[in-house]
Design a protein. Structure first.
Length: 300
């Protein structure tokens, strides 16, 4: 048996994390660029979104969990003689994996026999939560830490997210897209489609209008399933939404209906969660889409 630790970029709610038996090391959030609070504990995600909506000209910031945060967490498990699997936000967008690995090295100086495995999930938000859920399923099924690490490392490349945003302002501010291109697209009502794979963000094309962008994200999910084979039951699929929970629920319902129409013999389970602060500072309050990753299944 081993313990599972992750960071708040996985966007699991505190209640869900407790139910899964997962410990979450939070990122930090700043609304004014000076004062930082722990995501999910010192500032609720819903309050963060309300600030963004009420202050559209403000651009909040996040800061990664520190070496000290991870060290304190790892040390408690090492003292208790508990092996640890730590899954962290993609290293291509954050230094969080470095913080966790440096913290592990510090703890091992005092507890050389401790087992602390740190995995760069190459994932974010809905797919990082999926990585965690797969790890929980393996732990609860009695898999060893080695077996779990081996499977996750082999399958993490299957995680992808297909999503859109309300406008391009936050991506422009963060340097993810050129100002001229971004402002022209905003004026024309073009919605960017964004693809997250291999731990980073790529252009996924464009759509005209919000509803068309939902439909295109769903098409991209269907194309993914066609390309990778199997049925939706071989994957964990999760819809993620920002400020607008009703909009998220609508896409969740559309996604389930489309999957069940195409795969009538499958259960087609689809998760739903709110995207947290770590991604929202880059996408703005109206990100919406779905993530997918292969599901671990017990053999035999």
């Amino acid at each position: 048996m081993f313990d599972i630790i992750t960071d708040s970029a996985c966007d699991l709610t505190p209640d869900t994390a407790r139910q899964l038996g997962v410990e979450v090391v939070p990122f930090y959030v700043s609304l004014d660029g000076e004062h930082y609070r722990k995501e999910g504990t010192e500032i609720a995600v819903r309050d963060f979104y309300q600030f963004m909506v009420d202050n559209p000209s403000a651009y909040p910031k996040t800061s990664l969990a520190s070496i000290e945060d991870f060290e304190q967490t790892f040390r408690a498990h090492a003292e208790a003689g508990r092996a640890v699997l730590c899954l962290v936000f993609t290293g291509k967008m954050s230094g969080c994996v470095g913080s966790a690995r440096n913290a592990r090295d510090l703890v091992l100086e005092d507890f050389p026999d401790a087992r602390i495995e740190v995995i760069d999930s190459a994932a974010a938000t809905v797919t990082e939560s999926t990585m965690v859920e797969n790890a929980v399923a393996m732990r609860d099924a009695g898999c060893s830490l080695d077996e779990t690490v081996t499977w996750l490392e082999a399958e993490k490349a299957t995680n992808q997210i297909f999503f859109t945003v309300g406008n391009l302002d936050y991506l422009i501010k963060g340097g993810r897209i050129g100002k001229v291109t971004g402002r022209a697209a905003n004026m024309l009502g073009i919605k960017p489609m964004i693809l997250f794979k291999d731990g980073e963000i790529f252009s996924g094309g464009v759509a005209r209008g919000r509803q068309k962008s939902f439909e295109k994200a769903l098409d991209q999910l269907m194309n993914y399933l066609d390309a990778h084979g199997g049925t939706p039951d071989d994957y964990r699929i999760t819809v993620g939404y920002g400020y607008d929970a009703d909009e998220g629920k609508r896409l969740w319902m559309q996604t389930r209906a489309a999957l069940r129409a195409k795969y009538p013999g499958a259960q087609c389970e689809v998760g739903l969660l709110q995207i947290g602060c770590t991604i929202a500072v880059h996408t703005g309050p109206y990100a919406l889409g779905m993530g997918v990753m292969r599901r671990w299944k017990k053999q035999g």
